[in-house]
Design a protein around this ligand. Structure first.
Ligand code: CMP
Length: 137
């Protein structure tokens, strides 16, 4: 079993796509280990995306991620990290394959509906950033 971390981003929550995205995730055989609807401050978004701090889009990204409620979750299945990345589709929805979450629900490279951890180290950091051990049993 492997765990990954995911966020349904403010664009998709605002547009009423939470149930649609969770349905795709469950159809793909992920178990939802933990889930929380919440809002991020800009500082909390900056901490989460600290690895991107030097990127030109960092300020815009953290403003966007703190612009409205998100749904943070921990997902589990064998090969969860790679399988979620595949299910999400390309970062830019213009390049996202047919049948992927971003192809269906994303608006732009920034407002791209969903985040998923890109590797084991980031999954461990991201799960720990949002959830305590006692919430992950
Ligand atoms: P995510 O998987 O959450 O990881 C970093 C995010 O930065 C990414 O999804 C996009 O939402 C955003 N991002 C990546 N590249 C760009 C870009 N060129 N312009 C704006 N946002 C970007």
């Amino acid at each position: 079993m492997e765990r990954t971390f995911s966020i349904i981003k403010p664009d998709a929550v605002q547009a009423g796509h939470v149930a649609g995205i969770l349905s795709e995730i469950e159809k793909a055989a992920f178990q939802i280990v933990a889930i929380r609807k919440m809002s991020l401050s800009k500082a909390q978004a900056a901490g989460f995306y600290a690895v991107h701090a030097q990127r030109p889009f960092f300020d815009s990204l953290t403003t966007f991620m703190s612009s409205g409620p998100i749904v943070a979750m921990v997902l589990e299945k064998p090969n969860a990290i790679a399988d979620l990345r595949k299910l999400m589709g390309a970062t830019n929805p213009a390049n996202a394959e047919e049948g992927t979450i971003r192809r269906k629900f994303a608006r732009s490279i920034e407002a791209n509906a969903i985040h998923g951890s890109d590797g084991e180290d980031s999954a461990a950091f991201e799960i720990g950033y949002f959830f305590a051990g006692y919430e992950l049993l």
